[in-house]
Design a protein around this ligand. Structure first.
Ligand SMILES: Cc1cc2nc3c(=O)[nH]c(=O)nc-3n(C[C@H](O)[C@H](O)[C@H](O)COP(=O)(O)OP(=O)(O)OC[C@H]3O[C@@H](n4cnc5c(N)ncnc54)[C@H](O)[C@@H]3O)c2cc1C
Length: 365
């Protein structure tokens, strides 16, 4: 373990783990994480889906670009089982949502197609009339992702390539080292010196930038609530079902249905708890749309999804200091886009290539 790596990556959620894994074969990388365990925040709380139709078209393109990696992960990740599992995704929409449904297909016509109400009911027989008045969009190749295995795999490959993971190491301050153009990073008990810092601190990324004396991005963490509820056995064969108007979703899971009111409550960075009202709202909306009588909540949780002003992630150098690289703002898509975003940062840091403008922090300047 050297205290003088080439790169310090801050945060070992999926973003930090992915980029550290990608950089480690080429550079000496130290990955620092405030918590005693990696992946405790947004990464450990996701709905774990890979689809190519949700979010901004740039996000969809990143998901499409990530798919081959997730479907056939490199052997260095040491995975014993596939990361992806079959699930499918059915978007549904009520009166007046035809254009929104068409727009989903336009984002990924190779992956998704329109279905009428009867076609939607072939997939989810109990669908109510109102929420499906405009029919739906089926994305049959949407998959579940084994997030814990992906995170473990990234970290296993990182360590095997000589990477150094330091847990319980909160980055309080990064200061410029005199003369050498590098950073001195205070991370818990560790004092590291490196020419480059990658900020993958999720909801806390602005605080890490402030600790480096750099300006913030317009990041906004938003709470999203999820609950696992007991459900009839037949839901196990359903696809994930999402409201095209963004009010709820339901996803078959071991033990029932994972449901969410698709809430976006602005929050300070932290450890959010689910609000009873949000869980109750999800139950009502999903019961109404799917013709179910869900009642029994097995587990509820909440996590922060952190967005940039245009809801597209940022992967690229700080405009005021290229030795400080952002990898943040993945919103609700950070798991499924992690391979492609890590590749963008690798191409920048190792290959010296510019990042696409769509992903660069320079687009906000
Ligand atoms: C309910 C829910 C459903 C979701 N569903 C999906 C989905 O289906 N598909 C999908 O792709 N995405 C989904 N997401 C989004 C996904 O979970 C996030 O985009 C992703 O986990 C973000 O990863 P991250 O590494 O940036 O953040 P995090 O996992 O939050 O990691 C950031 C890490 O940085 C550490 N850190 C912060 N400050 C410091 C510091 N100063 N020093 C050291 N370490 C620090 C934190 O402790 C944390 O471990 C969902 C999210 C939620 C909440």
């Amino acid at each position: 373990m050297s205290d003088r790596p080439d790169v310090v990556v801050v945060g070992s959620g999926i973003a930090g783990a992915a980029v550290a894994c990608r950089l480690a074969p080429d550079l000496a990388v130290t990955l620092v994480e405030r918590e005693p365990t990696p992946g405790l925040h947004a990464t450990g709380r996701s709905a774990a889906m890979l689809n190519e139709t949700s979010g901004d078209p740039v996000v969809c393109a990143l998901a499409t670009a990530s798919r081959p990696f997730l479907a056939d992960p490199p052997p260095e990740l040491g995975l014993a089982a596939p990361l992806l599992g079959p699930r499918g995704l059915l978007w549904v929409g009520g009166d007046g949502t035809g254009d929104q449904l068409e727009a989903l297909v336009a984002k990924a016509p190779w992956a998704a197609h329109r279905v009428d109400r009867a076609g939607a009911r072939e997939l989810v027989p109990s669908l109510a009339d109102g929420p499906t008045a405009a029919g739906g969009v089926h994305e049959p190749g949407a998959m579940t992702i084994d997030v814990a295995a992906l995170l473990d795999g990234y970290l296993r490959a990182f360590r095997a390539a000589g990477g150094d993971l330091r847990l319980s190491a909160e980055v309080a301050r990064c200061t410029r080292t005199a003369g050498s153009g590098g950073w001195r990073v205070e991370a818990g008990p560790h004092r590291l010196t490196a020419p480059l810092v990658v900020n993958a601190a999720g909801a806390w990324a602005n605080a890490v930038a402030a600790g480096a004396g750099l300006s913030a991005l317009g990041l906004q963490p938003m709470r999203r609530t999820a609950a696992l509820v007991a459900a009839p056995d037949e839901v196990a064969a359903w696809p994930m079902v999402m409201d095209v108007a963004g009010r709820w979703y339901a996803e078959p899971e071991t033990g029932g249905l994972l449901i969410s009111p698709a809430d976006e409550t602005p929050m300070e960075p932290g450890d959010p708890r689910p609000e009873e009202l949000d869980v109750a709202l999800a139950i009502d909306l999903v019961n109404d749309a799917l013709g179910l009588e869900l009642r029994s909540v097995r587990r509820a949780w909440a996590g922060l999804r952190t967005f940039t002003p245009d809801r597209v992630p940022v992967a690229g150098p700080h405009p005021d200091d290229p030795s400080f690289v952002w990898l943040v703002g993945q919103g609700g898509s950070g798991i499924k886009t992690s391979p492609a975003l890590a590749a963008v940062v690798h191409d920048l840091v190792v290959g010296g290539r510019d990042v696409p403008h769509d992903l660069s922090p320079a687009r906000f300047v």
